[in-house]
Design a protein around this ligand. Sequence first.
Ligand code: SF4
Ligand code: SF4
Length: 445
Amino acid sequence: MNLKDKVFNAGIVGCGGAGFPTHVKYNANPEHLIINAAECEPLLRTDRYIMLNFADRIIAGCEAVCAQLGAKDCTIALKSAYTEEIAELEKAIKAKKSAVKIHTFPSFYPAGDEQVMVYEVTGKVVPPSSIPLEVGCVVSNVATILAVSDAAEDKPFTHKYLTMTGEVGEPTVLHVPLGTSFKDCLKLAGGANIEDYFVISGGPMMGKPLTKEQALKSVVTKTTSGFIILPADSRLPSVHLTPVEHTINRAKAACIQCSYCTELCPRHMLGHPIQPHKIMRKLASGSIEAIADSEEAINALLCCECGVCELFACPMQLQPRKVNSLVKKELAKRGVRYQKEDKEYIANANREYRKIPTKRAANRAGAGKYYDYEIKNCKSFEPKQVKIPVSQHIGAPAEPVVKKGDSVKCGDLIAACPEGKLGANIHASISGTVSAVGLEITIKK
Ligand code: SF4
Ligand code: SF4
């Protein structure tokens, strides 16, 4: 069986983002394989922990994927500040006499954006609304590569490394079975320091906001890279909880057309025609629906929702990202898609000077207090019960192949990717008895 089939069987999806099924991504023949090890989001430490502790497995995974794809070379791209991680990777490269290369850049946000990373490593601009393959690259996250390394030994994707930080007793990296509750994770991190908290699943810039009540019902999935516990009255909760009407009214009243949102937009800096200030200008005299009718609206589809405009650039604390996302939804309703142009895109000459230092991004997002900390240890844990969602990836939900009362062992297939559809298999993450089957499969030890 080739590696791609093993990756499919193991149910691997991209660990760093939306959960795109990895076997589909690997159905390509790129020139370059790039490993995203930037750990782009401020505050997360998961990828750094993995690199420090599993460098040899990562290099083995890189070589296996490189051979499967037939890529000419493989480059691990990360921040030059990760000196210990770089040393571990270099040691593993030397020990294996591997041809894997390391590419470093300063700590800036969003270094881990796929298109930004491709430009940093190759100097090529991925055209708007295209994928890195368009310029001969496949980008895979370093945590995904570790999972692939397991898949090569026929081990399915059942556990996840994640960061617990913010207002917790002891910031830590955890290694837990998929379906472990947020509550259990919080306990392992020493509990919350404050009663009234808000949670970001992922990083502060692009993570998914969860109220305390939502967080207490959530579980670790294949795409959970961390949970950040923040005071309910800090900046991020107020940004995320602002009602849409309020966002729109403020944008109409307060946008001073300074265009900082455009000048600092990482996709605009790559030469893409996205100009959020123009969308905000249109909003001053109309509704989201009216913007969707305009010529400018189509460029909102190029927004990767990195949050730079909203959390860093705008001096009026407006929300171009949220406005773009509303315009995108309206265009999707109308079935409008971006029409690619056959032309060459050139990055803006000022791009180098407009990179945002990661720590400043954390400070502006109101999470700077939690930026400087070190994690050396990881806590492993096996809960008494897991609730594993059948949809934790892009594509069709997996179809359960177990029923209530079945006994399962850790690693058994419990839900299969529907035949011929985009999706991923799901496996039991603990051994026990299936106690419920629905949108989640519950297993009790
Ligand atoms: S969120 Fe803002 S800064 Fe980021 S890509 Fe979209 S418009 Fe540009
Ligand atoms: S940065 Fe803020 S105020 Fe300036 S143009 Fe953009 S949305 Fe308007």
